[in-house]
Design a protein around this ligand. Sequence first.
Ligand code: ADP
Length: 349
Amino acid sequence: MKKIGVLTSGGDSPGMNAAVMAVAKAASLYGIPLVGIKRGYNGLLRKSPSLFDDMEELHLDTVLDIADRPGTYLRTARCTEFLDPAWREVAANTLRAMGIDGLVVIGGDGSFHGAEYLCELGIHCIGIPGTIDNDLAYTEMTLGFDTAVNVCVDAIRSIRATSRSHDRPHVVEVMGRHCGDIALTAAVSTGAEIVLCPEEHWAVEEVADRLNRQMAKGNYRATIVIAEGCWDSMEPFDLYTYLNTHGKRCYEGEPMSAGRLASVMKRMCNMVEVRSTVIGYTQRGAEPTARDSAFAFEAGHLAVRLLRDGISNQVIGMREGKVFYMAIDEALREEKYFNHELYNLVNAL
Ligand code: ADP
């Protein structure tokens, strides 16, 4: 390996900087110069007026300072041009011109597809799973998932304290795109009474029924944790007619949301108040937990070691608590596991 590049791509996640630091440490250990590529694959397309806007030589000293910071020092961005083979050729030529023969890609499945294509063009690539969503089937954890869950747990515990004081249910929306892992893990960790995930079909009436059953048992402060993608698996519900006939204005075509679900629950369960909170970006912008940082450290080091040994087209993950690697195409073919039993248990109690 003459020189290695590293980039972060897709949505940012806590632990990305820690992984870049680990890559820099390992590169320094093996005496391989390291270049940071900015804004995902965009930095390889050489469209910025100055080279520094696209890439910079990464010195260990700089990177040590940012290792525990949230976000990504290298910046991240979607790069639609990368779906076009002609632009991928430009990227591979840029890497060759810069003398970079190995690339560490920190991102999610989309970014890994990009890395696979670069491998076909002769660039050695290794992927590190950087996404809070935990939506990659081949690995037990992705960088940022643990941090995101812990942010949700802190927020839900605070919300439950106020829910308890006022005997008032609360709807809490967490992130995760089409994956319910953040919602399910946060619900289990906080004792939430109801959880809704995109992996399971659910109906509004059924949620109201569960909430009513909680109240019949004397629990007026249930927490309903919902994954942001849970609307994908909701049975059809005429929100417009329901809210307009129950004293709440709703415009035709307005989609269901955490706030509107709270309004519907308030009416279906005859409650004085049901509130809602969307946790949002705080999940992505938190300092990484020790678990995420430790995974980042091992993954970053392994990525450089693989490149040094001439091994390419692999992704790094965690299985049975151990860091491992496997071929990108095989990893992306694996089917995501969702713990339906745990989901049913949360909703049954
Ligand atoms: P993530 O990596 O978190 O899944 P995206 O799906 O947005 O996030 O992908 C990040 C970037 O990876 C895209 O902006 C694009 O540059 C690249 N990418 C995504 N899908 C592909 C693909 N099928 N082929 C080539 N590059 C891709």
